[in-house]
Design a binder for this molecule. Structure first.
Ligand code: PMP
Length: 412
């Protein structure tokens, strides 16, 4: 059971390969993280030894599956310091969790003339559910804008969040700019005005210690696959009293306590929100990913990523043909770095980098309103995780230099 942060090579066989004849530098972690052997083994072990449906059976396998599934819920609870394991709802992913809140809490609490405040740096999955809810309910959707430094403009937040605001929904960390947003401060502002706050933790939970009680967020959603768990599993944290007041999201098996011909009594939380057979193996393997991260320590994870950003950001910014978006200060940054190379289309850049073994993403990163605010159609994005190395960072910088050479000798 290796998990020395400086020697993780045995845990991630996928990283030890060549692509296009070059060493792989996987820098697309904001899209999805690689899975250590321990997580893959946990999936295989479940299916080879314990596979059964949860909660319904009395036989041994069903009990084993149920115990592991509920243990995974407790692991997640402790990982984000939720007060109660019933506040942890397993979802399909971050998108699913955010839609759940918009469709239940939102449906119940947003009325004509109410206001919902989000930020201009939201991923579409923390934007469209609120936009559509606002359209349906004749509510107003307001955006907190960016400061010139690429951070959230908190003076604008103070203006936009008013007594008309019912919901504030903001990313804890941006999937494009790498900005870490002051969620605790936003929660305080929201609560001052009687609104609730929803945090999008997709780009924060995998990368830094998160304490939902300290943040005082009402809801907080994230995805398993970005923190080395499998795809198709995610988490919605919600304060118990709010969750209990909300109507169910979906109806079916598992989420009931009694069904009659003409009515249904719903189960208590969290089961009220887990209709149908869940991604049992996925939840258990997510628990294994949590174990893995805890063994390393989230402070260590954050420190390692900070070290990589401290190294790579100034080197990128020093290239005169590269524009970096987001905060200049490495301390205000996660391992997500979006940039453009003069006149080159980001897709061409990503393709050229791939030829050098560097896996990055290009496009609008599901944040089109942010792209419009930045005045671009797309960017290239490199995103680091704690298992990346300085060698990966050097490979990125060298590949960018080689790309510039390739496209007509430096006149791009
Ligand atoms: N929010 C942010 C900030 C994200 O980066 C992502 C994934 N790119 C999501 C939400 C949605 O996550 P998923 O696609 O796993 O549901």
């Amino acid at each position: 059971m290796a998990s020395n942060i400086n020697d993780l090579s045995n845990d991630f066989p996928i990283l030890d390969q060549q692509v296009n004849g070059e060493r792989l530098a996987y820098l697309d972690n904001a899209a999805t993280a690689q899975k250590p052997r321990q997580v893959v083994d946990s999936l295989v072990h479940f299916y080879e030894h314990d596979n059964a449906n949860v909660h319904r059976g009395v036989h041994t396998l069903a009990e084993r599956a149920t115990t592991q599934y509920e243990e995974a819920r407790k692991k997640v609870q402790h990982f984000i310091n939720a007060a109660d394991n019933r506040e942890i709802i397993f979802t399909k992913g971050c998108t699913d969790g955010l839609n759940l809140v918009a469709s239940t809490y939102g449906e119940q609490n947003i009325h004509d003339g109410d206001e919902i405040v989000i930020s201009i740096m939201e991923h579409h999955s923390n934007l469209i559910p609120w936009q559509q809810l606002a359209i349906k309910k004749h509510a107003k959707l307001k955006y907190i804008e960016l400061s010139p430094e690429g951070t959230l403009d908190m003076a604008d937040a103070e203006q936009k969040i008013t007594d008309k605001t019912k919901i504030v929904a903001v990313a804890h960390a941006s999937n494009v700019l790498g900005t870490i947003n002051p969620l605790k401060e936003l929660a305080r502002l929201a609560h001052q005005h009687g609104a609730i706050i929803v945090g999008d933790g997709a780009q924060s939970v995998p990368h830094m210690p998160v304490d939902v009680q300290d943040l005082d967020v009402d809801f907080y959603a994230f995805s398993g696959h970005k923190m080395m768990g499998p795809t198709g599993i995610g988490v919605l944290y919600g304060k118990a009293d709010l969750l209990r007041e909300m109507p169910p999201y979906q109806y079916g098996g598992e989420m009931i306590s009694a069904v009659y011909r003409d009515r249904t009594e719903f189960a208590d939380i969290p089961f009220k929100f887990e209709a149908g057979t869940q991604n049992i193996a996925g939840a258990i393997a997510l628990g294994t990913a949590v174990d893995y991260l805890e063994r390393i320590g989230m402070n260590q994870v954050a420190a390692k990523e900070q070290e990589l950003v401290n190294y790579v950001l100034p080197r990128l910014e020093a290239l005169p043909y590269v524009t970096v978006y987001g905060p200049q200060d490495p301390q205000a940054h996660t391992g997500v770095i979006a940039f453009n190379m003069d006149k080159l289309h980001p897709h061409d850049v990503a393709t050229a980098l791939d030829a050098e073994g560097v896996a990055v993403r290009a496009g609008h990163h599901c944040a089109q309103p942010l792209m419009a605010a930045l005045g671009v159609d797309a960017t290239t994005r490199a995103s680091f995780y704690f298992y990346n190395t300085q060698e990966d960072a050097d490979q990125l910088i060298n590949a960018i230099k080689a790309t510039k050479e390739f496209f007509n000798g430096g006149t791009i």
